[in-house]
Design a protein around this ligand. Structure first.
Ligand SMILES: NC(=O)c1ccc[n+]([C@@H]2O[C@H](COP(=O)([O-])OP(=O)(O)OC[C@H]3O[C@@H](n4cnc5c(N)ncnc54)[C@H](OP(=O)(O)O)[C@@H]3O)[C@@H](O)[C@H]2O)c1
Length: 212
C-alpha cells in the first residue's frame, strides 16, 4: 500500500484517480479547494480542503506521502482565452519546494498533448484552434513542465490527448517523440495509467502522450 497525495482530486482525472487508488488498496490524501464535493467515504481516504497556491496547505498535505499525483485544471470559460493563467506554474513551484524540503521524490503530473516539446507535433490546422483556446494555459504548462524537468525529482509528465468521460480503454502510451499525435482518451483510462505509474515507476523522466 502506498500513501498518495492527489492534487485536484474533486473532479475529472483527479476524482477518477482517487477512486481507482482506493480500489487498489492505497491510502489517499485527496486535495482540492472543494474537497467536500468528493462524494466517497472510505477508511483509506482523507479529504483535504486546501489551495494549491498556498504553501502552508501544500506543505501540510505532502507530509508522509510516497507519491504525488498533480491533476490541477482550470475551468473551460472565457478566462481560458482572455487569461492570464498562472495556476500551473505557481502551484508547481510551491509543490516542488515542499517535496524537496520533505525529501519526497515521486511526482506524476498531468499536462496535456501540446505542452512543452510536444507542441511541434500538433498539426498545422489544429494548432490555430489550439493556440486560440488553450494558448495561455499551455504556455503556463510549458513553464510547469520546465520546472518539473529541472527539479531533480523522480517525475513523470503525462500528456493526454482530448479527454472524454467514457470507460476504461486500452491506451496507446507514446513515449518516443516521433510517435506523438493527438487523439481522444478517457479520464478513467488516464487514471488507470497514473496508478500504474505509482506502482511501477517504469516511466520516470519521461513525458508520454496518452491516446486510445
Ligand atoms: N479537457 C481536455 O480535453 C484536456 C486534454 C488534455 C489535458 N487536459 C488537462 O488535464 C487536466 C485535468 O483535467 P480535468 O478536466 O480532468 O480536470 P478538472 O475537472 O478541470 O479538475 C481540476 C481539479 O483541479 C482542482 N483545482 C483547481 N484549482 C485549484 C487550486 N487552486 N487548488 C486546489 N485545487 C484546485 C479542482 O478542484 P476545486 O475546484 O475543488 O479546487 C479540480 O479538482 C488539466 O490540467 C487539463 O488542462 C485536459
Amino acid at each position: 500500500m502506498k500513501k498518495i497525495l492527489i492534487i485536484g482530486a474533486s473532479s475529472g482525472i483527479g476524482l477518477n484517480t482517487v477512486k481507482l487508488a482506493l480500489a487498489h488498496g492505497h491510502y489517499v490524501k485527496a486535495f482540492a479547494r472543494r474537497a467536500n464535493r468528493i462524494d466517497i467515504s472510505h477508511r483509506n481516504l482523507e479529504k483535504i480542503t486546501g489551495n494549491a497556491l498556498n504553501i502552508h496547505d501544500i506543505s501540510e498535505a505532502v507530509k508522509g506521502v510516497d507519491a504525488v499525483i498533480q491533476c490541477l485544471g482550470v475551468p473551460m470559460n472565457l478566462k481560458l482565452i482572455t487569461g492570464p493563467i498562472s495556476l500551473f506554474s505557481k502551484s508547481t513551484k510551491i509543490l516542488l519546494q515542499s517535496l524537496q524540503d520533505q525529501s519526497i521524490s515521486r511526482l506524476i503530473t498531468i499536462t496535456g498533448f501540446g505542452a512543452g516539446d510536444s507542441r511541434k507535433s500538433i498539426s498545422f490546422v489544429q494548432r490555430i484552434a489550439f493556440e486560440t483556446i488553450f494558448g495561455r494555459a499551455y504556455r503556463d504548462k510549458d513553464i510547469q513542465e520546465h520546472l518539473i524537468k529541472n527539479s531533480g525529482l523522480d517525475w513523470t509528465i503525462v500528456r493526454p490527448g482530448v479527454l472524454t468521460n467514457t470507460g476504461v480503454q486500452n491506451p496507446k502510451v507514446l513515449v518516443d517523440s516521433s510517435d506523438w499525435r493527438n487523439g481522444c482518451i478517457s479520464r478513467a483510462t488516464v487514471a488507470t495509467f497514473l496508478i500504474q505509474q505509482v506502482e511501477s515507476n517504469d516511466l520516470v523522466g519521461e513525458c508520454p502522450v496518452l491516446i486510445s
